[in-house]
Design a protein around this ligand. Structure first.
Ligand SMILES: O=P(O)(O)OC[C@H]1O[C@H](O[C@H]2O[C@H](CO)[C@@H](O)[C@H](O)[C@H]2O)[C@H](O)[C@@H](O)[C@@H]1O
Ligand SMILES: O=c1ccn([C@@H]2O[C@H](COP(=O)(O)OP(=O)(O)O)[C@@H](O)[C@H]2O)c(=O)[nH]1
Length: 471
């Protein structure tokens, strides 16, 4: 079997994120790497200041070599904070208003991708299978091809892909699309993302849809498809069952004093719709006063990308909003919103999901949203809670048993909360069983195997007969 080479911006090394703390994606990719042997390469998360980064730091664990590189301050600023998180992230989340275009950042993004390619290429053997992850690294395959690599290279995008009208507002949209055509397989989270991708090729007249997922663009034939990422469903369900006995979870249970708990868990990110969600919760309480002092809403929100101005701003807005609602509606013996602005271990999180009567997941736009899937997997089959889910999360394409909401419609979300809390046990069980069955049969291992199978067995890919587009 060929070796597998995984490249992603962040690398969950066993030293940092091992054991129970590791998320499903890390576990699945580590299992795939372990089975084939291989390398997981990416950024160390560290800066080398203004000096060129030293040699790759290598860590061997069983069959897997973790290869990490530092980046210079300028690289981190331009590639990660600048282009990846202030251009691609907002554009892919339909936020034209937040995109900040700067030539320096765009150049930095392509430069760091070239740098990654130069560090990776010497480690690659001719029959290695290469799997690149996420928006930070779109141009990587083009750089590797430039260096003569002919390996199968796949790309999976964890975030949404926007419609052509949005994408073309990005000055380097053509370069980005050309970058994608250098892969052999391009994977998206949902069929909608795939449609947007195909729509752009059609609209801009730079590619042909050959059918069966094959596309001919920029002189290359490649495959594109929807590969919705899953979680480790069975493992997470077991984990949640035992986590119910965790001391922190028990303490939380006692502290809510028999009230129903609603839970929201999101990185502090404008795409997650936290402000609108807090408004919806407030509207729910004011429209349904009988629920006042009867529910507690726990919002767990670890800080994220704090050096990016839009995120720093969010931090202030969410804290103010939670404080305002608590001040307006809370009483001396009841705080409606518990706002935790730091990360919680997966162990405690699993128990809290199980404790919560409602999982409130209302991003304005999200690639998948694993929290939605984890909430479902964590439920007690006898007394499952209700998932209230944004129709704009990738997970909404699969979790048909959820109460789907439009997060921009504050009143609609408030009504869904009321409906969820009043829902009969029978309906809760029916909805939950439908979702759990799906999650069990579409877990992260299947996602990983399916993507790799398609990457390895895709029909004749590579250079097409069509003339090469000018670059
Ligand atoms: O690395 P950071 O800048 O600190 O950000 C954390 C991760 O955020 C994004 O997650 C996405 O991937 C999830 C798994 O497929 C998906 O469920 C979610 O909807 C996405 O937002 C980002 O894609 C990762 O690269 C970041 O590491
Ligand atoms: O305090 C926290 C908050 C979140 N998570 C995990 O972070 C992931 C978030 O993934 P999701 O797809 O929902 O959103 P992303 O942050 O990747 O955009 C999930 O696995 C959560 O269990 C965690 O371990 N601790």
């Amino acid at each position: 079997m060929s070796r597998l080479i995984v490249i992603s911006n962040r690398v969950p090394t066993p030293a940092k994120d091992g054991g129970a703390a590791a998320g499903g994606l890390a576990v699945a990719l580590q299992a795939a790497l372990q089975a084939r042997g291989g390398i997981w390469m990416g950024w160390s998360g560290e800066s080398s200041g203004d000096r060129e980064p030293g040699a790759l730091s290598l860590l061997q664990k069983g069959n897997i070599t973790y290869a990490l590189t530092d980046l210079t301050d300028t690289d981190v600023e331009e590639y990660y904070r600048g282009f990846a998180n202030r251009v691609l992230w907002p554009i892919c989340h339909y936020r034209l208003d937040l995109a900040e275009y700067g030539r320096k950042e765009m150049a930095g993004y392509f430069r760091v991708n070239r740098f990654f390619a130069h560090r990776l290429a010497p480690m690659i053997e001719p029959d290695d299978i290469i799997w690149v992850h996420d928006y930070h690294l779109i141009p990587l395959a083009a750089e590797l091809r430039q260096m003569g690599l002919k390996n199968r290279i796949g790309f999976f995008l964890h975030i949404p892909w926007p419609p052509a009208d949005i994408l073309v507002t990005m000055p380097v949209h053509e370069e980005i699309m050309r970058g994608l055509s250098h892969y052999d397989l391009v994977g998206f989270q949902t069929d909608y993302d795939l449609q947007n991708f195909a729509g752009y090729l059609r609209r801009e007249g730079i590619g042909d849809d050959l059918g069966n997922g094959l596309f001919d663009s920029h002189g290359r034939i490649f495959k594109a498809g929807a590969y919705p990422i899953g979680i480790e469903t069975a493992g997470f369900a077991d984990f949640a069952e035992s986590a119910a006995n965790n001391v922190m979870v028990q303490k939380t249970r006692r502290s809510i004093e028999g009230r129903d708990m609603i839970i929201g868990v999101d990185r502090l990110d404008y795409s997650k719709g936290i402000i609108q969600r807090l408004e919806a919760f407030e509207r729910f309480l004011t429209s349904n006063p009988a629920y006042q002092n009867k529910v507690t809403y726990l919002q767990v929100t670890p800080k994220s990308r704090s050096e990016v101005p839009e995120y720093e701003h969010m931090q202030k807005m969410v804290a103010e909003q939670a404080g305002r609602v608590n001040g307006a509606i809370g009483t001396v013996d009841w705080v409606p919103i518990r706002y935790v602005n730091r990360s919680i271990s997966r162990n405690v999180l699993a128990g809290l999901y199980r404790l919560a009567r409602i999982g409130l997941v209302t991003p304005l736009r999200d690639g998948m949203n694993l929290v939605a899937k984890e909430y479902v997997a964590a439920q007690d089959p006898d007394r499952p809670g209700v998932l209230v889910l944004s129709r704009f999360a990738g997970a909404a394409r699969e979790l048909k048993g959820a109460l789907l909401v439009n997060p921009y419609d504050v009143e609609g979300t408030a009504n869904a909360l009321a409906r969820g809390l009043a829902m009969s046990l029978e309906e809760r069980r029916d909805r939950w069983s439908m979702m759990m069955e799906h999650l069990l049969s579409h877990d992260v291992s299947l996602w990983c195997e399916t993507f790799l199978r398609d990457l390895v067995t895709a029909p004749e890919l590579g250079r097409s007969a069509a003339p090469q587009a000018a670059s």
